[in-house]
Write a protein that binds this ligand. Structure first.
Ligand SMILES: Cc1cc2nc3c(=O)[nH]c(=O)nc-3n(C[C@H](O)[C@H](O)[C@H](O)COP(=O)(O)OP(=O)(O)OC[C@H]3O[C@@H](n4cnc5c(N)ncnc54)[C@H](O)[C@@H]3O)c2cc1C
Length: 391
């Protein structure tokens, strides 16, 4: 444990109590920093959806002491199968057998990170909205308070006022695609026995339907569409989705009017991930479409790496240099995931035959598979040496 200058503990103020902010709080508190998280909502909460966590993210959760809480009673994924509109398999999507993947309810991940942060000594303040930060390490709140810190972290999501106030965005755009996400219960007979436990992405024109069993009781559904598709509106127009995916009508019928949340995807690149004593992390710094399921993985990985980079620092003056070293270490993999998740999104505008051919070609191309799974194969900075996890 370090975190001291002349016997004083370093202090961090974190804007945002989402996945990135809570992971950062846990990681910094575990190396001895005093940490306070500001969440603008009245409690630590998120939408009712699932979230994929790949091997790299699982190793981070293990390092933060909350992996078991996150993955208990959850199926380990073994295949991400892609099907065309006729239901034909165009990519069996066998996942790397030595790398784990779990899909869990988002709220469970968030609560586990919250508990890990609290257990490590971080303070969580709700109804506390950050409005801007100064590079000297000052966080300004809507309440009028100005808080001094050795490090301010902007983990305040895609609309980040911390990022905007510092003028750090180089690219900030939304894609044409988004999805409605929700979780419904599983009933006996929902899946062909051959499909038990499989993750399935089925296409129909510019729509895709993602079916991800979490455990024997719950399945996470994502209805992806273009912003211009009337089927994206809530409550979900089940008739139009059943027409696109008749073979999944029994699951679509289970969606009630109170379920679902529409999100359009964002792509954000910054000129720099930090300025002085302020660091940006998670979607505020590097949002990406969810096609690789690595946005939260990158946020958690960067949180752990940030603590690893700050751990040897004993003088406040050295913190900005450590932040630059952190960015140099972590940014290449993040940008790789951003690039490949955007490339994956290109298939939406292809005619069906071309899309089918593209998926088939990619499925058997080892180089492409290596690009897609590069992050899952990465050993996160600050995580203990990984164990073997063969299926
Ligand atoms: C459709 C979809 C599916 C996805 N699926 C996956 C997946 O399967 N796997 C994966 O790894 N990633 C996935 N992602 C990406 C993942 O959700 C994000 O990368 C992740 O949530 C980023 O975490 P964050 O903490 O940076 O931001 P957020 O989760 O947005 O959290 C930001 C927090 O800050 C709070 N906040 C905002 N402004 C302020 C303020 N001014 N003051 C105080 N608090 C504030 C918010 O209320 C929120 O709690 C998906 C994204 C989408 C859109």
């Amino acid at each position: 444990m370090n975190a001291s200058e002349h016997g004083r503990r370093f202090h961090a103020e974190i804007a945002g109590g989402g996945i990135g902010g809570l992971a950062t709080a846990a990681a910094l508190a575990r190396i001895g920093w005093s940490v306070r998280v500001h969440e603008r909502q009245p409690r630590i909460q998120t939408i009712g959806a699932g979230i994929y966590i790949w091997e790299n993210g699982l190793q981070v959760l293990d390092a933060l002491g909350c992996l078991d809480q996150v993955i208990r009673d959850t199926h380990r994924g073994f295949a991400f199968e892609i099907r065309d509109s006729d239901g034909h398999i165009v990519d069996p999507g066998v996942l790397p057998p030595d790398k784990r993947t779990f899909t869990v309810p988002r709220i469970r991940l968030l609560h586990a990170l919250r508990d890990a942060a609290s257990a490590a000594g971080a303070e969580l303040v709700v109804n506390s909205e950050a409005i801007r930060a100064e590079p000297e390490g000052i966080l300004h709140l809507q309440s009028g308070a100005s808080l001094k810190a050795d490090l301010v972290v902007g983990a305040d999501g895609v609309r980040s006022p911390i990022r905007e106030g510092l003028g750090l965005a180089a690219v900030n755009r939304r894609t044409e695609e988004g999805s409605v996400r929700l979780i419904v219960n599983i009933r006996p007979g929902d899946f062909d026995p051959a499909d038990h436990g499989k993750y399935i992405e089925q296409w129909a024109g510019e729509r895709r339907f993602l079916i991800t069993p979490i455990n024997d009781e719950e399945v996470y559904l994502a209805f992806s569409a273009l912003e211009s598709d009337p089927g994206r509106h809530l409550p979900l127009d089940k008739a139009t989705w059943k027409k696109s995916f008749p073979m999944w009508a029994h699951l679509i019928d289970r969606v009630t009017d109170d379920l679902g949340h529409w999100d359009r995807y964002s792509v954000i690149h910054l000129q720099s991930w930090s300025r002085g004593h302020v660091a940006l992390l998670g979607d505020s710094a590097h949002a990406q479409p969810p096609n690789l399921g690595q946005g939260a993985g990158m946020a958690m990985q960067n949180a752990l790496a940030l603590a690893a980079m700050l751990r040897p620092v004993i003088s406040r003056d050295r913190i900005p240099d450590a932040l630059q070293a952190w960015e140099m270490s972590e940014r290449p993999l993040v940008e790789h995931c951003q690039k490949w998740s955007e490339l994956y999104g290109e298939v939406i505008s292809m005619p069906e035959a071309q899309r089918r051919a593209t998926f088939r070609a990619a499925a058997t191309n080892e180089w492409i598979r290596a690009q897609i799974f590069r992050a899952a194969h990465h050993h996160p900075l600050g995580a203990p040496a990984p164990a073997e996890h063969a299926m």
